[in-house]
Design a protein around this ligand. Structure first.
Ligand code: AMP
Length: 494
């Protein structure tokens, strides 16, 4: 039985147990199954056939979560769309993935503005659940979902994840050996367009546990703290930047019920992880690593509560590959680097995507074959020690993380250049405040105000990609290759 079959069985097996707690309201597994069945009936009534991509306007409501499984178990692929992101960006995602139906729990203008003749809107708050839950046989090779991440050419790029990729992740996750069952309480803090959310709700549903959700528009860290404490959460996957915001509350935090505390999405610093460990006296702490392209996460390091951890420049090691992943560190021409030497971390195995959605040119750069396996180039600079543990040492490109969100600086530059036309523009992740990166924009010879640029970028980019500071520069410093010297640029303003 695959993990996704097990998840479908949970919908029957845990009838009266709570599946979700959303905004302090509980929904049982049987409520949840009925909502899924009602949405499936709505989808079936549209007469949609074949294997299609179906969009979900991702709100913090039961209909949104139910839509995921309605779509999945009818043999279609779900594409989460964030209603808080700019209309134009969402339209681009809908266009790229050729979305035939858009499901929304709210009948609002955002939903209406995104629907069209080609993209029919279904208001899922309207369904009445008469039929039963539909579960068609799923092919391992069909897509389960497509997530869009920041794209360096200016448009977001789609990462399709197959049923096989997803089952491989869930299998590897449960093979870690967590002692969890239907009594457990998981927090789900992630935006549904971010793949860590998928672990946040799918893993607990496989075992009949309850999911406590953090609303997308809430001040995240305040809500995370509230849920951890009020509902005595037992399993939490968080992004490390949450700890930076929570740090000042550490002295008053005591969460003895938390048994598993996982971090993913960006570098986890050892000093803050050690301080956090005092708030969670009974928890196992793990640093997990993985790009969206390798399904949620695929490497793990067990953090020792007593110190003596492996780290590089204060950043905790990302450990070893999980069950269904193989890795190697590649040097020039993809030659494996000897232990201790840095190179690009390349990932292979059942969790790795079949390639970007309809984007052959990027696929040629991002994937390669070696020794009978297909590898994804992560863009992460790492080295491996003699024990097989991997150390993260930064990026080899211009991708940065802002509060765990992946941002291609060139996507911001693309839009800023489009607006400023005759001025060269550089976007940089500036020095960190308490280690939270900030985006800065530098424009050459631009002496007018930056307010209009800022307003323009807000219509193109999600809020976490909006620069926090703008600078005008007479002449960009150049390096010996004649390219803009980004390090020198930062120094000019620090
Ligand atoms: P995403 O596709 O949004 O999950 O972002 C993947 C990228 O986040 C990776 O390629 C890394 O650059 C970074 N990342 C994820 N987890 C970790 C971690 N535990 N430590 C350091 N960087 C991480």
């Amino acid at each position: 039985m695959t993990p996704l079959d097990q998840l479908a069985d949970s919908l029957h097996n845990y009838e009266d147990e709570p599946a979700f707690c959303i905004g302090d309201k509980y929904y049982s597994y049987s409520n949840f199954r009925k909502t899924i069945a009602g949405i499936q009936q709505q989808i079936a009534e549209t007469g949609l056939t074949g294997h299609r991509n179906i969009g979900i306007l991702a709100y913090d409501d039961i209909e949104t979560y139910a839509s995921v499984f309605a779509i999945l178990y009818m043999g279609h692929a779900f594409v989460p769309v964030n209603p808080l992101h700019p209309l134009e960006r969402n339209k681009e995602i809908i266009h790229q993935s050729d979305i035939a139906l858009l499901l929304s729990g709210k009948d609002d203008t955002i939903a209406r503005n995104l629907s069209s003749e080609k993209t029919k809107l279904i208001f899922t708050g309207d369904q009445s659940s008469q039929g039963d839950f539909i579960q068609v046989p799923l092919s391992p090779y069909q897509n389960a979902y497509i997530l869009f991440t920041s794209g360096s050419t200016g448009a977001p790029k789609g990462v399709p994840i197959t049923i096989n990729n997803l089952n491989a992740f869930l299998d590897a996750f449960f093979s870690i050996g967590y002692k969890v069952d239907y009594h457990d309480r998981f927090i789900q803090m992630f935006d549904l367009t971010f793949d860590l959310s998928i672990m946040g709700y799918m893993a607990p549903l496989c075992i009949g546990a309850c999911i406590y959700t953090v609303p997308p528009d809430a001040i995240k860290y305040v809500h995370v703290y509230k849920l951890l404490e009020k509902y005595q959460i037992t399993f939490a996957l968080l992004v490390p930047s949450i700890l930076i915001s929570l740090r000042e509350y550490f002295p008053e935090m005591n969460l003895p019920k938390l048994r598993y505390s996982l971090f993913c999405g960006e570098a986890l610093y050892e000093d803050i992880a050690m301080e956090w460990s005092k708030c969670i006296p009974g928890a196992t702490i793990q640093n997990v690593y993985g790009p969206t392209e390798a399904t949620i996460f695929c490497m793990l390091y067990n953090v020792s509560r007593s110190g003596n951890n492996k780290s590089l420049n204060g950043i905790l090691c990302i450990g070893k590959p999980m069950k269904n992943t193989e890795v190697f560190i590649a040097g020039d021409n993809f030659k494996p680097m000897p232990s201790g030497e840095k190179g690009e971390l390349c990932l292979s195995g059942d969790q790795v995507t079949s390639g970007y959605w309809k984007n052959e040119s990027i696929n040629k750069e991002a994937f390669f074959n070696a020794e009978g396996s297909r590898y994804y180039r992560s863009g992460d600079l790492c080295y491996c020690d003699a024990d097989g543990d991997h150390y993260y040492s930064g990026r080899i490109d211009f991708q940065v993380k802002i509060n765990g969100f992946r941002v291609e600086l060139s996507e911001i530059e693309h839009h800023a250049r489009g607006f400023l036309k005759n001025h060269d523009v550089v976007a940089l992740a500036g020095e960190t405040e308490g280690r939270t990166a900030q985006i800065y924009i530098f424009a050459e010879q631009f002496h007018a105000g930056f307010d209009t640029l800022n307003d323009y970028l807000k219509t193109k980019l999600p809020s976490y990609m909006i620069p926090s500071k703008y600078f005008s520069v007479d002449k960009f410093p150049l390096n010996s290759n004649g390219k803009v010297d980004r390090k020198a640029l930062v120094k000019m303003f620090s």
